[in-house]
Structures are given as C-alpha cells and as structure tokens.
Ligand binder design. Structure first.
Ligand SMILES: Cc1ncc(COP(=O)(O)O)c(C=O)c1O
Length: 392
C-alpha cells in the first residue's frame, strides 16, 4: 500500500521547484546559465529594515512565541492599516480585518482551508499562479478555469461562466497586477466583478503582492476600494516584492472580518505566527519605505525599456502590461512555448518560463522576469538575439 495521501498524488510537480532544478543542473555541468525565469528581486532589502530586524532579534522579549501569535502583533496590524490607508485609501480595523501571514502563499492555503468544502467549485484564472489550483485540489474542491486572453486585456470574462457552475462556486481567485501577463485591473472591472459576485454569493480573493509594481500612476488599486467589496472579499498581500523581502516571509490577509477571522482560526491550529522581529521590520518597511518603492520602480522601468527595445529589434512584438516585473512575450511565429523556451535554454543558456507552465491558455507566450542585474539582463538579451537570428 502506498503511504502517500491521495491529495498529494493529484498535484502536478510544483513549477518553480522544477525551474530551480534546471538551474542547479546547469550550474553543476558548468553552464553559465542566465535565469530570467523566477520573480525574485536581486536588490537587497533596504538597510534600515534589516537594522530593525537586527535590533529586534537582540531583544529577548522577541525570543518567545510571537505576540498575539494567532493574528500577528498589534503593532504590525496597525502598520498594515496605516499602509492600506495611505497607499490604497482603504480603511481597515486592525483588530478584526488584518491577519499577519508568512507571505501570500500561506494565505492562499489558509483561505482555502478556512472556507472551501470538498465538492465546492473554486474559480481560478488560466494562465495563473499554480498555488490556487493546487490548494483547491488538496481541499477536495473542483477547479473551474477562466481564461485570460489578450483580446480581453487578460481580464476574465466572468459573465461567461455558466450559472449552473456559479451556483456551486465558493470562491474566485484573482491576481492583479497579474503574474504572468503583467495586466492590471481597473476600477470599472472591479465594480462589475463585486456586484456579479455578490449576487451569486461568491467570495473574492485578490492576490495582490504586485500591487506596488505598477508603471502608470492611476493603476495602483485595491479591490477593497470598491464600495461593498469588503463584505465578500479578502486581499492577500506581502512585503516580498514591494521591499525586496521575498526571503523574509511576511505578509497579510485583509478585508472581510468574517473571512479574516476564519483564516485566523485555521492558522491558530497549524502555525504559531511570524517571528516578532520580522513583523517589527515589516512595520519599518511599511512606515518608512515609500521612497524605496519609487527607487525599485525606477530600476524595473529602466530594465523594461531595455528589454522591450531589444525584443522589438528581435522581431518580437510585445504589448507590455502596465504592472509587475514580468513581461509576457509572444514566441516567434510557428513556435510553441515549450519548444522555443527549450531551444533558448539549450542554445543560449537563457532560462525563461514557458507560458504553458501557467495553464494551456499561456500557449504562444513566454514569461521573462526583470529581477536580474542589468549586465546579466543585457547579456541574456544578446544571447537571445543570436539564437533568434539563427531562426530558432
Ligand atoms: C501571483 C503570486 N501570488 C503569490 C506569490 C507568493 O508571494 P509571497 O512571497 O508573498 O508568498 C507570488 C510569488 O511569486 C505570485 O507571483
């Protein structure tokens, strides 16, 4: 008898682990691989944030279980409330509408386990971040995929979802600014979505870790800005991408107190909270880091322009979305995503993500991340140019 649980057997291998394996294999065989495949900023966390961690880590008061372990320190929850107020014009009650998380990824699991019953339907987008689907499957839910197509600006046409499916839907996972397409939602879209979901008693989850990475000033948006959204929605956010803190594992669930409290109850039973010193560093980031966000955006803006110029010269037409540090690039005519990305790896030593890694509607695209140093990015582009010129 196999000792492994069925729920695990239903899961495909996790995409980023496969990519990391490819990078390791290349390194082991001495290949100078340049990876543009993973969205993990190379710039360090700003020094004063690290300094807060250092000081807090030296304080024995922080060596015990985290304060208010089940929901996060009050100081952290208050800072989240200030941050959402200042950056997104959203009012949050730190007592009931904020939960500290070890990053968005943990929040996806907590949400599903707290709300979704076996047999419920969970809506996810395709292409989309794979964790929504895998967590829904682990909970015994059915996954219904909603395509994101260029023709619709990579926004889901939720009105097309059959009513007989909608009747069984518990939750809809959306992610704007969007990984992998770079698309952003606008206010009218969110307004239509909220009234559609309310009529059908569907709970909304906006996965928003790229909320700060927007290249046009009018697009920074929280779903919770929409009147009435808070009744049915939770937003998952983190400091990972905004402050170059992917390794710190610090984030938050905010929104409907009913959902946040349910996630909190689940969390109490499986985790013991986030290290106080990391939460305090998070407070410093949110209170003092606005200028660092601007600096980070300037770096990505510069790299974006370099890449877009180079891709156009290579004959690849890209309609860059207004958000995230990814570019969603059509593969050369006549190629498939997998074939082209495999060729780039083999011929140029450049790793990019095939669009199909995010679902079948990613066919015809590859995703390129701007989170690499400028010189490596330029080198990767030069190698790509040579490969494409050879007719690959
Ligand atoms: C769409 C999306 N959601 C969630 C995450 C995970 O973010 P965190 O570091 O907050 O767990 C990522 C990371 O790349 C992502 O792209």
């Amino acid at each position: 008898m196999d000792i492994i649980a069925d729920r695990l057997k239903s899961l495909p291998p996790y995409l980023f682990m496969q990519l990391r394996d490819k990078i390791r294999q290349a390194e082991a065989s001495g290949i100078d691989l340049i990876s543009l495949a993973i969205g993990d900023p190379v710039e360090p966390t700003p020094a004063y944030i690290v300094e807060t961690l250092r000081t807090a880590a030296l304080d024995p008061a922080n060596h015990q279980y985290p304060t208010d372990e089940h929901k996060g320190m009050l100081a952290f929850r208050e800072a989240v409330s200030r941050w959402y107020g200042r950056r997104y014009e959203v009012t949050l009650d730190p007592e009931t509408e904020v939960l500290a998380l070890s990053g968005v990824k943990e929040g996806i699991h907590h949400f599903i386990m707290a709300l979704v019953n076996p047999g419920d339907v969970v809506l996810v987008t395709n292409p989309g971040y794979p964790a929504y689907r895998s967590n829904a499957l682990m909970a015994g839910a059915e996954v219904y995929e909603v395509p994101l197509l260029a023709a619709n600006r990579f926004l889901p046409v939720f009105e097309d979802i059959p009513e007989k499916v909608c009747r069984r839907v518990k939750a809809f996972f959306l992610n704007y600014p969007n990984n992998p397409t770079g698309a952003c939602a606008d206010r009218p879209f969110f307004e239509r979505l909220v009234s559609w979901a309310k009529e059908r008693r569907i709970q909304l989850v906006l996965d928003n870790p790229y909320g700060e990475i927007v290249f046009s000033s009018d697009r920074r948006l929280s779903l919770l800005q929409i009147p009435g959204a808070k009744d049915i929605s939770v937003e998952l956010n983190s400091l990972s991408k905004a402050y170059n803190m992917t390794g710190w594992r610090i984030g938050m669930a905010v929104g409907s107190s009913k959902i946040v409290q349910a996630m909190c109850k689940f969390s109490e039973n499986v985790a013991s909270g986030v290290f106080n010193a990391i939460q305090l560093a998070g407070v410093t980031a949110m209170d003092q880091g606005d200028q660092d966000i601007e600096n980070m955006l300037a770096i990505y803006r510069r790299r974006r322009e370099t890449v877009l110029r180079a891709l156009t010269e290579m004959g690849l037409t890209v309609e860059a979305g207004p958000g995230t540090f990814y570019l969603w690039v059509p593969v050369p005519a006549g190629q498939s995503s997998l074939k082209f990305t495999a060729k780039l790896l083999e011929d140029a030593g450049v790793l990019v993500t095939p669009g199909t890694a995010y679902g079948q509607f990613g066919e015809g695209y590859f995703r390129l991340s701007l989170t690499v140093p400028d010189d490596r990015l330029r080198e990767a582009l030069e190698r790509m140019r040579r490969t494409i010129r050879k007719g690959c």
